[in-house]
Design a protein around this ligand. Sequence first.
Ligand code: DQA
Length: 145
Amino acid sequence: MSKTIFILNGPNLNLLGQREPEVYGHKTLSDIESACDKLGQTLGLGIKLFQSNHEGEIVEHIHMARDQAAGIIINPAAFTHTSVAILDALNTFDAPVIEVHISNIYKREPFRHHSYISGRADAVISGCGTDGYTLALRHIATLVS
Ligand code: DQA
């Protein structure tokens, strides 16, 4: 059976494609899911994409990943800059974690420059647009092989 990678997405990413397209582009989360699904098939990885506007639901998915996933790709969105709970949950997960941001958070407002998640992440991709997700999937494939 192929290994599964969880792709977790935080608040407002359900609105990708409509939300500030000059910052986040025109692709939707469903476009990202299709691209990752297709690439996953060539890499021999299954993917499960989940989005929530609720911090606790993301924490619970990280707990599920402990038994069900070989790696996590996470765009915590605004929770990046606020959530010790997501950091603590990721610290219970003993496999690769890649943090993705569509925009370059370091080129934006100072409050976006700090990430609670980066101290746990094995890699961080920021500013590659929605391609960041497929780049992360390629890299995580090398980490879990
Ligand atoms: C984001 C950057 C965050 O600062 C912001 O709150 C988001 C999206 C990104 O993908 O660029 O919602 O994580």
